[in-house]
Design a binder for this molecule. Sequence first.
Ligand code: GLN
Length: 526
Amino acid sequence: MEIRDMTALELGEKIRARELGSIEVVRNYLDAIREEGETASAYITVSEEKALAQAKRVQERIDRGEQLSPLAGVPVAVKDNICTKEMRTTAASRMLDGFLPPYDATVIERLKAAGAVILGKTNLDEFAMGGSTETSYYGTARNPWDFDRVPGGSSGGSAAAVAAKLAPYALGSDTGGSIRQPCAFCNLTGIKPTYGSVSRYGLMAYASSLDQIGTMGRDIKDCAASLALISGYDPLDSTSVMKEPFDFSGIYAGYGGAQGLSAGASAGSSGSLSGIKIGLPKNYFETGISADVKEAVLGAAKTFEMLGAAVEEFEIPAIDYAVPAYYIIACAEASSNLSRYDGIKYGFRSEQARDLSEIFYRSRSEGFGREVKRRIMLGSFVLSSGYFDAYYKKALQVRGLIKSSFDEAFSKYDMILGPVSPTTAYPIGGQIEDPLAMYMADIYTVSINLSGLPAAALPCGFDRQGMPVGMQLIGRAFSEAALIGAAQVYQDNTDYHTKFPESRIGENKGKRPEENVRSRKGGQDQ
Ligand code: GLN
């Protein structure tokens, strides 16, 4: 099997067995990124020298016999809103063009300690605000299944990189769906973990009460193995609550994980889901969902039934209020978080400014893109004294209602199954001029962040144009092991996740329009 055809765990196993060297694997990916990467605009920065140096160090540790992790020596792509020491981190904003963080985010520190090798930083919507990667200052990332369509967002570059086999797995962040929706659009598996389980230290804050880092990969095992590495308590994040990192080792025991199953992961071992109750929110399927997505997700519900789970329909109330509540809360928090970009402390400063207030005003006017400014204005408005009660306070009340409706559902069901997005990936430029339509498309994902719950996105079919469809499996807080176990049984019995857009990559070559050139300029080796 070719290096780029292997999953992250398969690569890790071969590296540990000395059948492959980390440098060889990393070089293989770097060559591919150089040759094919441009077409997907998946990366903003590719760090060839650093990646090779890191691979060399990891290989030395492996050669000394150090037991690192099942993913030691395996490369990873990192969303460019996660700080990497002395490696350019831009949040896809002009505001941070050329910003070199002086420290690593906690997740990066942990990945490095576990022997992971960072290939580079992936494209995203500016400051993770968006669902298509079209708001990136560095040009739109492309969907490897059809380069004229969006890869989703905001972690669209991470998804494009993994789907185009330009990285075996990737880190993303999910504030309102940004891991799950690009996974659904690009036929990948992803996990948005429970709020508080993964440190946010070093993640550029968008909406702090919703943001969570998670993993995106080719299958649930890769996602589980990488999530285990980055999870666990961090004193540098005041919302970090989980004492010990996740232990999913039973799921990938064959790949150097410890033997023996962790409690909730038992579903994965038995190959059956009997005893598991899955709720299917029927009001998710009533209006606004494309017929193909509906059919694929309901088909997945049937598969879960065949695998032994009890699937029952129910209704989640207040769903109509989830998107408005989310956008009020997210924008309010963003307006506060983004106030730090003032032209003085970080990144971009306008050259036109003549005095202090002009430094603030002009740097922010020139440094932020349209969508970011729209959200800062919206957020400042809902927090202003005359409107606070009418909007922000109401949104928090709705958040409480949504959370209790999930609590109630989880008193009856172990998991909830639903679509990720009402449609499959749409053409580039198709929605960007209509922000409200873009916001509405987040209907199935945002309530999970408002409630702090974990959810896994899993491939479950294709639409009539051959574009992938994703579903999400939602669990109780901190029930990741059970979720992953159920996802594992599903993937053991289906092959959607094994499909890649290979045939389309050749077809798509040369489709890159000029505006994407910015994603490469100055993007190498920083
Ligand atoms: N599309 C949503 C938004 O624009 C979600 C973004 C995210 O999860 N980072 O806010």
